[in-house]
Design a protein around this ligand. Structure first.
Ligand code: G1P
Length: 293
């Protein structure tokens, strides 16, 4: 498969599930330990070899642009105070000039529409799509695992990360049908967006990481609204699957749906417990809380 250079991050959502925290601050900037959610997902993309970040933003999301820019006054102050470690943290998070693009989704018409808004910036090459609500914790990031798996697949393959979900949660996700295995992946036979429990073709849900071929944009251009009255990416993928192969990859690692309060709080604990500098104290505090002392 052609090298995947560009990644789309749809960040236009309103974050209503986190109000009032998200009244003035984008949900993507909520911290998991000490990095904003979006930074975790961008790090995953970089680990997988992505060179160009494309953010599909909306109104009130300017802070995300600022996060991926220099903060001159802050840098100067840190320099004057000799805070080298903090300065290093800032420069690690700074993309090279010219490797980040922002475009706006002017109306909230759905994930499919958000992806379509990035068509000019992607051009005619396969690309990655990462939904920043989802974090996957594993020493090898989810997108890197997908790119590893892609090397054994057809040149025009589309790949989607999937994971098992309990049947009673199927209606919250896109669900895929399972065909023949191919390397670490398997052929997808069906895709349904937010099916009723009895209509779900399997217990494997779409996790928010995709590698897609650019032909998806031509389909999205004409895609009618589907589930929830939104232009659904899954519906466009169903149409593309008529002419191109789609594979699912059951990735390794644990996912956190940070679009939900429980998922977000659990992610904070899990990522905290993974940090040697804070894990021992955090573990003690959790024990104390649970024992009611
Ligand atoms: C989107 C996709 C869905 C996928 C989910 C993963 O839904 O449409 O197929 O399973 O992300 O988080 P949303 O969560 O935006 O409703």
């Amino acid at each position: 498969m052609t090298r995947i250079r560009k990644a789309i991050f749809p960040v236009a959502g309103l974050g209503t599930r986190f109000l009032p925290a998200t009244k003035a601050m984008p949900k993507e900037m909520l911290p998991v330990v000490d990095r904003p959610l979006i930074q975790h997902v961008v790090d995953e993309a970089y680990e997988a070899g992505i060179e160009h970040l494309i953010f599909v933003t909306g109104r009130n999301k300017g802070v995300i642009e600022d996060h991926f820019d220099r903060q001159f006054e802050l840098e100067l102050t840190l320099m004057e105070r000799g805070k080298k470690a903090e300065l290093a943290l800032l420069s690690e998070a700074l993309p090279e000039a010219g490797t980040v693009s922002f475009t706006r989704q002017q109306s909230p018409l759905g994930l499919g529409h958000a992806v379509w808004c990035a068509r000019e910036l992607v051009g005619h090459e396969p690309f990655a799509l990462l939904l920043p609500d989802v974090l996957v914790q594993h020493p090898r990031g989810c997108l890197a695992q997908m790119i590893d798996a892609a090397s054994g697949l057809d040149g025009n393959a589309n790949i989607i990360a999937v994971e098992e979900v309990p049947a009673e949660r199927a209606h919250m996700y896109g669900i895929v049908g399972v065909g023949q295995p191919k390397g670490k992946a398997f052929a997808i036979t069906k895709m349904v967006e937010k099916p009723k429990r009895e209509d779900a073709p399997s217990n494997l849900s779409i996790t928010g990481r995709y590698i897609l071929q650019p032909e998806i944009f031509d389909i999205l251009e004409k895609q009618a609204a589907g589930t929830g009255g939104e232009i659904q990416l899954t519906d466009a993928m169903v149409a593309l699957a008529r002419t191109q192969p789609f594979y699912g990859l059951k990735f390794e690692g644990r996912s956190f749906d940070c679009g939900s309060k429980i998922g977000f709080l659990t992610a904070n604990i899990a990522y905290g417990l993974d940090r040697p500098d804070i894990a021992p104290e955090l573990r003690n505090e959790i024990r104390r809380l649970l024992s009611g002392k």
